[in-house]
Ligand binder design. Structure first.
Ligand code: UD1
Length: 360
């Protein structure tokens, strides 16, 4: 069986690593060959190549070099180039991950060529159609033959849209990867010293969603509040996404006392997370990684797809409102009970089992 996996943006390299590793580990059963296509949506070393190196992902068979651009142009260029690749590769199926423009372009190109699509991280919904990621998720789910869900909520969301066939609740592949790297992350401890922070003595922050970066009022509100926290004695470390760097400049917003650093590698991020007192973020993946690392999360969005982390008391959704952000940080605690969320760390094996069975 030959599969083509389409990736393009930072969180997809992490998810794809879990499946590639599982394919490489397998013995017996049908032979599975994987070819990786990188759209080039993320192209900076810190957002792309460092993940391939650290997560031992094989170099892509095709690098499409699409790069940045407006949504239509970026997605359209990917669609055109992925189609050519798939025609050359003639795979049995195509795997896409998550909710980026690379995900949608991959799923649509494959479906138009009548190639079956497997969507990893299916069924997630924010119910906010202003988010490009929400449009990408909904459309990809409706194009997919196999829908691999990380939670029961995701399965329920799909059922509500009439999507029932091919749905599998397998847990989250990001947990598989985190388990493998969480000890190794500790090798990066000297980073804490070089940043001048003590374990549990700082807040970790990330901001990159368009709803925050493209809205000057929200962007200013978030950065002013982070500055206040930092000036008030809780150091704030913020690895800066290039989108946000550009937005801060464009809107004339200053970071003040917040310590901006370049984007960090996967294991460095895990280390910072493990050692943080609290996480403030608008990322999807980090909300779960905080839960698995037992760090309280304050989500800088108006809603979340990862509702289970909120129900379990580990995540507070505050939007961009200064008072709500401050209160959530002041009240950040590790709840005493922990339920198991998003699987047991064997999601990739469950996914490959299903795909291999389709070839048998
Ligand atoms: C994308 C995904 C988002 C995901 C995120 C992870 C979509 C619609 N969004 O957003 O779901 O959470 O990736 O990071 O697909 N840029 C660089 N260097 C790079 C990549 C991007 O400088 O290597 C800059 C460019 O100025 C670009 C901007 O970042 O215009 C945004 O890039 P974009 O392709 O929209 O992706 P993200 O914002 O990262």
């Amino acid at each position: 069986m030959k599969l083509v996996t389409i990736v393009g943006a930072r969180p997809q390299f992490v998810k794809a690593a879990a499946i590639s590793r599982e394919i490489a580990r397998r013995t017996g059963g049908p032979e599975i060959r994987e070819r990786l296509v990188h759209t080039g949506q993320h192209y900076d070393y810190e957002l792309s190549a460092v993940f391939f190196e650290q997560l031992s992902i094989a170099p892509p068979a095709h690098h499409l070099g699409v790069g940045s651009g407006p949504h239509g142009a970026q997605t359209g260029e990917m669609l055109r180039k992925i189609e050519v690749c798939l025609q050359q590769e003639q795979p049995d199926l195509v795997v896409v991950h998550g909710d980026t423009n690379s995900t949608l372009a991959g799923a649509l190109a494959a479906a138009k060529l009548h190639l079956p699509v497997a969507h990893v991280e299916a069924g997630l919904r924010s119910f906010n159609r202003a988010m490009p990621e929400e449009l990408n998720r909904v459309l990809t789910d409706h194009l997919a033959r196999w829908l691999f869900c990380p939670s029961d909520t995701a399965v329920t969301n799909l059922r509500a849209e009439g999507v029932v066939d091919g749905v599998h609740q397998v847990g989250d592949v990001m947990y598989d990867v985190l388990l493998l790297h969480r000890e190794r992350a500790q090798a990066h401890r000297p980073l804490l010293g070089s940043l001048g922070v003590r374990p549990r003595g700082f807040a970790l922050a990330t901001v990159h969603r368009p709803e925050n970066t493209d809205d000057p009022t929200r962007l200013r509100s978030i950065f002013e509040t982070l500055d206040e926290l930092a000036a008030g004695g809780l150091p704030v470390i913020l690895p800066l996404h290039p989108r946000t760097r550009a937005a801060l400049q464009a809107h004339g917003v200053s970071a003040g006392a917040t310590r901006l650093i370049d984007p960090v590698s996967y294991e460095e991020m895990l280390l910072l997370l493990q050692e943080a007192h609290v996480l403030l973020t608008d990322s999807g993946g980090l909300q779960k990684e905080a839960y698995w690392s037992e760090v309280p999360c304050v989500t800088l969005r108006d809603e979340t797809e990862w509702v289970e982390t909120v129900e379990a008391g580990w995540n507070t959704v505050v939007g961009a409102d200064p008072a709500r952000i401050r209160d959530a940080v002041a009240g950040a605690r590790r709840p005493t009970d922990r339920v198991t969320l998003y699987g047991d760390g064997h999601a990739a094996a469950a996914i490959v089992d299903v795909l291999a069975a389709s070839a048998a």
